[in-house]
Design a protein around this ligand. Structure first.
Ligand code: AMP
Length: 475
């Protein structure tokens, strides 16, 4: 869960990257960083916190040059601390190099152990750093070949931007797990995790990078390079389906489809699959809104704002005692009594992970006088953890990994609970069956397209498998 942004060939590279990172803030709030390239030097500013807190006029003034890369981070690997804040900066035998990464490598610990045994000294605890060490060790004379050699040794999810003194290089892994788009701003080439950043800086969207594609900007040239061998099955699209459901911003486009339109469509299918007699449809804001609108459209029920979200809450630092434990969610969400009182309410949310949020929302709506609460989730049950860069909890914490829909419904306290079916989800996204969908749906199916090699993560998978066996056995 990170966002990356880059620009090559614009005199305001740092300022535009700052704006681009603003548009990607939803992808990570722990740290923000920018590295620029000018006169054969790289300049770096990284800080903890949100983009608007991390940068000011003074820090942006320290970032001269016409090429820049930036990252907003939410740690899924490595601790949340300044030394892990990206973009990283390294000097090695071939010059200066900066890297910003979205995704999660699934063999990084194994590769790191091998490198450390051979004498490498790591500066961070992030999986990203192994790529740079592998590049430094590569024997190939050309830097793109050294990069390709490094990438052939890592597995998992990576959308990467690299900056050297002369080049900006963008990479999407051979499965294309995480998104990465490119566009144009006058003569400059821009890259972004999501297209919503192009809207902000008035850049024109060109296309998404293909899985396994490397794009190199150097001088006036922009060229494409595909070092992964499709015939040996290394390149096969497995784009993250959860970006469509929850993570990407609704004003972004992915796979040539508007995220907003896809989510409304999920609501349409959900309403067809799990219709119920009710008086009003409300959303859990913000991420549940498009699907709730779709549900209302399809069911003919009125849509209303039954929950208000405060946009001014950061993290809740107090860990309340039992007596005030519900403050956490109430700080963020508050019910509108006049909308729900005495009503049979359909509540649409995009996903149910641990179930704790839904439980609190249901209690809140009951307190506000709702007569019935029909919870509708615009995604299938989240039964498996993600190892490719989304922050999902361990399998034990995923309520749907070991409970039936009825059990979850009882825990949450709602009148009824239904999820969107997996086929329904694919229909909403305009694709046929799972096999040729081109999506990674591991969080719903447990079918991981790339083996999880790291011992720590592998342990989680073996727990998953054991649990799956006992759940399957029970059912
Ligand atoms: P819970 O079931 O209490 O774990 O939380 C479900 C809520 O968290 C839903 O409203 C989702 O919109 C939201 N959500 C889903 N996935 C994530 C994620 N990876 N990180 C943060 N929030 C999430």
């Amino acid at each position: 869960m990170c966002g990356v942004f880059g620009i090559y060939g614009h005199e305001e590279a740092a300022n535009l990257t700052y704006l681009g990172l603003h548009a990607l803030q939803h992808r990570g709030q722990e740290s923000a960083g920018i590295v620029t390239s000018s006169e054969s030097r790289l300049h770096r500013q990284v800080h903890m916190g949100h983009v608007s807190d991390a940068f000011n006029e003074t820090s942006l003034a320290k970032l001269p040059g016409s090429a820049a890369i930036g990252q907003v981070r939410y740690s899924t690997s490595g601790e949340s601390e300044l030394r892990n804040a990206q973009p990283f900066f390294f000097e090695y035998a071939h010059g200066a190099l900066s890297i910003a990464h979205n995704g999660n490598l699934v063999n990084a610990s194994k590769v790191r152990k091998r490198l450390e045994e051979a004498g490498s000294i790591f500066q961070t605890s992030s999986d990203t750093e192994v790529i740079v060490h592998l590049m430094a060790q590569a024997r190939e004379p050309e830097s793109i070949e050294r990069l390709a050699s490094a990438l052939r040794q890592v597995t998992g999810a990576y959308s990467i931007l690299l900056l050297t003194e002369t080049r900006l290089i963008a990479v999407r892994d051979p499965h294309g797990f995480r998104p990465l788009s490119m566009g144009k701003l006058k003569d400059a080439t821009v890259f972004s995790s999501e297209t919503c950043a192009f809207g902000l800086i008035e850049a024109e969207f060109e296309r998404e990078l293909e899985p396994g594609e490397i794009v190199i900007c150097e001088g006036k040239a922009v060229r494409s390079y595909r070092p992964f061998d499709a015939t040996r099955g290394r390149v096969s699209s497995r784009r993250c389906i959860f970006e469509q459901i929850y993570f990407a911003r609704p004003d972004s486009t992915l796979d040539e489809r508007s995220i907003y339109t896809s989510r409304v469509s999920m609501g349409h299918v959900l309403a067809r699959e799990s219709a119920v007699d009710a008086d009003v449809v409300i959303a859990v804001p913000d991420s549940g809104v498009p699907a709730a609108i779709g549900y209302a459209e399809e069911s003919g029920l009125p849509f209303a704002t039954g929950l208000i979200r405060s946009h001014y809450v950061g993290r809740t630092f107090i860990e309340p005692q039992d007596s005030i434990r519900h403050f956490g969610v109430r700080l963020k969400l508050s019910p509108v009594r006049s909308v729900v009182e005495g009503k049979r309410v359909v509540v649409v949310d995009d996903s149910l992970v641990r179930g704790t949020t839904s439980r609190k929302i249901v209690a809140m709506l009951k307190n506000a006088g709702a007569k019935e609460i029909h919870l509708r989730i615009s995604a299938p049950p989240t039964t498996h953890s993600c190892f490719y860069g989304l922050d999902t909890p361990t399998r034990e914490e995923l309520i749907a990994s070991s409970n039936t829909v009825d059990e979850i419904s009882q825990y949450v306290g709602c009148t009824s609970l239904s999820y969107l079916s997996h086929d329904g989800l694919l229909t909403s996204l305009g694709v046929g069956d799972e096999d040729d969908s081109g999506f990674c749906s591991a969080c719903f199916t447990g079918e991981y397209p790339v083996a999880i090699e790291d011992a720590k993560t592998a342990k989680l998978v073996s727990i998953s498998k054991r649990q799956a066996a006992s759940v399957d056995g029970a059912s």
